[in-house]
Design a binder for this molecule. Structure first.
Ligand SMILES: Cc1cc2nc3c(=O)[nH]c(=O)nc-3n(C[C@H](O)[C@H](O)[C@H](O)COP(=O)(O)O)c2cc1C
Length: 411
């Protein structure tokens, strides 16, 4: 992170803003919550791209339960505790961040916004929060690291030890400090909604696809044509050490390189090569959390991939306490999936997460207004966390705990 490691900035938004009529300006002025960005992005993005971002697997059971799990928890505030000095910062792997949330890795972000990965990484760096670049991205990780040096990198493991090593060397050479390995894709999730929305990777040229683009002229000119003119046809740049398939092609098949044979020996192999913080993303079982700890992993992201992989997979929040117990004190536990409000952030932290990640809303924010949009979304969530800390009677994230929570269904 190029921004402060020891001097966090105060939240840029004022908790009384809505009361005293403070208004933001620009394209996102009317977007007052993270959910508002979804409708705005739907108006900007072509149907297949919006469908890819918004979609989940099969019947959306995992997607819906990610939100439901938060709704089932009520908050129990404490009062009269002098909360004038609030600091929502957290320390992850020795690095101080200004807020306890970051931007989750999202593939193909450069189709949501012009230079999307750089937009997300730069906005995060400027705001002092972590961002994770996806391994399924269309901009070379070296470029993203140059633009926002503290960005974390998420890898999907290529099929053989030689290809894993080649990718690791590239990641090390690019100056990445924190490596996230996503492990919940042994096979592709069943995203039938992608087919319905006309999305595939690569995208297949068709009249329908052309029409979908033509009816979104701002995206067509500002994202697609601008990208083609300045950078040529985007390719998957970071799945392997070498360049992957183009994003648009009638014939090319993407190389998913048989991910179904991976096991913990591959994590052990990576652990031997990778000296920096190693994070495993996609853990839902306490037993797997214990295995991660035994393999010397530094952190885990409790995640069901935003409901995009195994439909019906348990919501991360539901398994968080048992996973925190298994993780012990040596491993950093983070969570993603369904975080849309400051209160969601607070609930996850009170259940033992040290930080959380947010996916889709930041992708929508990039689509709506590029870096300024992502900054606006970060500011909104940051202001919510700040306000909620105060109303709960807490001045730091560390002060949050089970005493602030109650199961809404309990009598
Ligand atoms: C459009 C999109 C692309 C994604 N691509 C990746 C990816 O390349 N690697 C990965 O580990 N997770 C990926 N994810 C999952 C996110 O990192 C994260 O787990 C999820 O979005 C969190 O849920 P939320 O969107 O409800 O916040 C993707 C999610 C979305 C929405």
């Amino acid at each position: 992170m190029s921004t402060p490691s020891s001097t966090p900035q105060p939240p840029s938004s004022n908790a009384w803003g809505a009361f005293n009529g403070t208004r933001r300006s620009g394209r996102t002025a009317d977007l007052l919550s993270l959910d508002d960005f979804e409708a705005a992005a739907r108006r900007v993005l072509p149907r297949p791209i919006f469908g890819y971002v918004a979609g989940a697997a099969e019947d959306n059971q995992a997607l819906d339960d990610n939100r439901q799990a938060f709704r089932e928890i009520a908050l129990v505030p404490r009062v009269l505790r002098n909360v004038a000095e609030r600091d929502q910062g957290v320390t992850l792997f020795g690095q101080r961040y200004v807020s306890p949330f970051g931007i989750a890795p999202m593939g193909i972000a450069a189709l949501s916004a012009y230079r999307g990965d750089i937009v997300l990484a730069r906005a995060a760096a400027a705001a002092g929060i972590p961002a994770v670049q996806s391994g399924s991205s269309l901009i070379r990780l070296e470029e993203v690291m140059a633009a926002a040096p503290g960005t974390w990198f998420q890898a999907y493991l290529p099929g053989t030890p030689e290809r894993i090593d080649a990718l690791l060397w590239r990641v090390i050479a690019a100056g990445v400090q924190t490596l996230v390995v996503t492990v919940d894709i042994p096979v592709a999730g069943n995203r039938e909604n992608n087919i319905r929305a006309g999305f595939s990777t690569p995208l297949r040229p068709s009249l329908r696809l052309a029409w979908d683009g033509l009816v979104r002229p701002r995206w067509l000119a500002g994202t697609l044509l601008r990208t083609l003119a300045r950078h040529g046809m985007p390719h998957f740049e970071n799945s392997f050490a070498e360049r992957g398939a183009p994003i648009l092609s009638s014939r090319v098949q993407r190389d998913f390189a048989a991910r179904d044979h991976f096991d913990w020996s591959h994590i052990a192999h990576i652990r031997r090569q990778w000296r920096g913080p190693l994070v495993v993303k996609g853990i839902l079982s306490p037993q797997d959390a214990a295995l991660a700890r035994q393999h010397g992993v530094d952190g885990i992201i409790v995640s069901n991939h935003g409901g995009r992989q195994l439909d019906g997979a348990v919501a991360p929040l539901r398994v968080l306490p048992a996973i925190v117990e298994q993780a012990g004190s040596g491993m950093t536990v983070m969570l993603d999936g369904g975080i849309r409000r400051g209160t969601d952030v607070i609930k996850a932290l009170a259940l033992g997460a040290q930080a959380v990640f947010v996916g889709r809303p930041f992708n929508y924010a990039a689509a709506v207004d590029g870096e300024a949009g992502v900054t606006a979304a970060i500011d909104l969530l940051r202001a919510e966390v700040d306000r909620n800390l105060a109303m709960l009677g807490a001045t730091t994230c560390a002060a949050l705990g089970p005493e602030h929570l109650m199961d809404r269904r309990a009598r």
